[in-house]
Design a protein around this ligand. Sequence first.
Ligand SMILES: Cc1cc2nc3c(=O)[nH]c(=O)nc-3n(C[C@H](O)[C@H](O)[C@H](O)COP(=O)(O)OP(=O)(O)OC[C@H]3O[C@@H](n4cnc5c(N)ncnc54)[C@H](O)[C@@H]3O)c2cc1C
Length: 445
Amino acid sequence: MPPELAFDARSSWKNHLGNQSIDPLRIYEPESLEQVAAIVGEAGRIGATARAVGSGHSWSDVALGEGFVILTGQLSRVPAAEPDFLRSDWADRHLVRAGVGVRIKELNAYLDEQGLALSNMGGYDHQTVAGVVSTSTHGSGITFGPLNDFVRSIDLVAGNGRVYRIERAGGPTDPAAYAAHHGNERILRQSDAMFDAVSVSMGCMGVLCTAMLEVEPKYFLKEVRTFHTWEQVRADLTDGEVLRRNRHYEVLFSPYRRKHAYPCLVTTRNYTESPERKALDKRMRNWAVELASAFPLTPHIINLLVDLKPSLCPFLLENAIRALIKDEYDEVSYKVLNIGAANVLPAYSAEIGVPMDGRHLEAVDRIIEVAAERRGLGEAYQSSPLSFRFVKGSPAYMSMMHGCDTMMIELIQLTASKAATSCSPPTSRRCTRSAAARTGGRSTR
Ligand SMILES: Cc1cc2nc3c(=O)[nH]c(=O)nc-3n(C[C@H](O)[C@H](O)[C@H](O)COP(=O)(O)OP(=O)(O)OC[C@H]3O[C@@H](n4cnc5c(N)ncnc54)[C@H](O)[C@@H]3O)c2cc1C
């Protein structure tokens, strides 16, 4: 191990929310792929595990490693230092190879400057590229797979420090040019099976160092948020046309009947022209909601209210849904795809993936039953609306969306609400989508 590769043996690693932590053997922060290879090689020699972490935004223990923890904050160059060696038939496509430690928000800023944009993203932008790829982070829109499906090439350090470039068959790298440059030191594998095994792997198949993403020219979106009842939304989803007609379609839902109906907010996002000349109000989300979400006391006030009087939850959920109604928000794509200040509320989230096999809406019927049961048994309530997003099937083996279009049901709970926690097993809220994928993926309650 070169002496300049310093490590920290005395610190703990904590995730972003602070609900997961570990005291690993060593913590490294490499600056290059070669340094990652040296660290993983050293781990192999002494029999320690090595696990890379991104920005620690997973709520589960999916990023915890007992051996060498590899922080990726210094692997964040865009474009990455590793050359592409592009085949000529890939030359006209919009491709960017990024260092995997770059945050989505930084990548968006870089792409914007280049007149480019991600085709889709999750509802948040503080995660790293490797973090979203490794856990198959998704947004909404039935024509879009999760973010790993936009990756075309990966540079990865595997066991004992061997360096691989992994792509699908016919991938972007010219094998002859790659071999001429790297000789036997690096291995190019262009195989669908290998790509589908390593792209989504929760850090278990080596350390990603760069990822090449296919992107598109910069575009603008119009977001419309309207109030509906579940009965209307269920009928629309059964027909399915709303999913095909809208680029993005997602639902926020309260499992508590109010005035004979279950409240829903439907959000659609579709292409629009540049909103440059639009009034400020059309270029902003509801400012009062944004302000209230970002206000540090808001979660404490909500927790206090629901702890004092848990039966307020159905009322609060309906009003949270109604507060988000907005007839028009037009902006550059990545600002509209980011759901905004709701992301900063202290909360845990878990997701259930239900294959869209014609019976997926029955999962919502079951959720309504469970919510009523829990309410009756011990005044236990869901403290935030549920979200339903619809994602195209992914070929990645460990993706929750593997092999079929999937309805992703997100259960969000504020961190400290007794009303919500008193009656449910903690694991149901604290396992993330990625942990669920790791343990076999899909489940319906
Ligand atoms: C506010 C918020 C909003 C969110 N919104 C969404 C959403 O809309 N849709 C969605 O699907 N998810 C969402 N998530 C979940 C989030 O996208 C994932 O948990 C994501 O993995 C976090 O990325 P990270 O960079 O923090 O990775 P980490 O949490 O640090 O790590 C996640 C996994 O990736 C592995 N990993 C990280 N870097 C590497 C690397 N270089 N090589 C190999 N493995 C690596 C880790 O070992 C770990 O297994 C959200 C999370 C938060 C906190």
